[in-house]
Design a protein around this ligand. Sequence first.
Ligand code: PLP
Length: 384
Amino acid sequence: MENTIYLDYAATTPVEPSVLEAMLPYFKERFGNASSAYSLGAQSRKAVERARCRVADLLNAMGPGEIFFTSGGTESDNWALSGAACANREHGNHIITTPIEHHAVLASAHWLERAGFEVTLLPVDSFGMVDPDDLRKAIRSNTTIISIMHANNEIGTIQPIADLAKVAHEHGILFHTDSVQTVGKIPVDVRAFGVDLLSISGHKLYGPKGIGALYIKNGVTLDPLISGGGQEKSMRGGTYNVPGIVGIGKACELAKDYLNTEIARQQAMRDNLIDSVLNTIPDSRLNGHPTLRLPHNAHFAFKSIEGSALVANMEAMGVYCSAGSACSSGATSASHVLTAIGLPSDWVRGTVRMTLGKPTTSSDIQNAAKALAHSVSNLRRLKI
Ligand code: PLP
């Protein structure tokens, strides 16, 4: 990482040193199984419950009993959709979501479709926004679960979650939001949002990988996704990942400070980056909503350029960022998010996402903007 600039904090974040420090004893002398009856186990159990309180606190849940630990955002999303759909099967078989969700939600919806459920994908506008009126129109008498992400992982657009959840509840329908990109990045308050289910992931908020949580509002019933022992009120079997749980708990505790200090700092640098790119690079545009977007996210499109070549060029210049397109069987295809927002075909391949984090400095941003201008003009000259 020396002499490189990492601008891919939406992909993952480094573990905060104090998070690692909190986790280490649970790999070593405090290795007890949290389900064991003796004191070594009780010590781990106590650590798990402390972490649960910290997660609940950050989300403003009613209490720690509403937090269930999982292996990450993917599992939380899978569980929310299939757990709610299957538990409410006798009330209906219709699910509503959006075409810009993470694959963890879309793949669950497709799995449910194969199992006999019906899925409606709501339209989004050119910024990736969902209109609550479109949600209202899509609701049927057999709709049981609605899942709409809080902020999009590619273009950063933030949805009006409280308004959308209100529409769901007017019709007695459960509402889930994938908050993987927002918890610890912008304020997330499950009570103010009025959501029933909310997914979070440790590695997006300076915690470890392979740990996440699902907020399940008191009184909401889900079928288990993973059966096994009696862990997590018999709702999610499997020996507790105590170091991971301690890590996500500590990361949630630290996130409170982060929210106070980092949002404004990163947003100012991000805005400079956007201004610099749009003013200096011809045929460039910003994707996602201009203001209702994650404060650390910039997502650009450059006309007639290949995003994967751009990312490789940027890496050669010492900047890590991500292409806004997905690679499959050697060919680069437009991402489902960019297709859904209707980005024109001569722009859709030339996209790049830059996401800032705690270690990012103003000079990183200036250097990254220069590298981007240089890379784009290089590729245009070579016609790549
Ligand atoms: N949901 C969103 C919006 C994400 O960005 C991601 C990861 O990139 C996930 C879910 C999956 O989370 P995890 O990597 O913890 O499985």
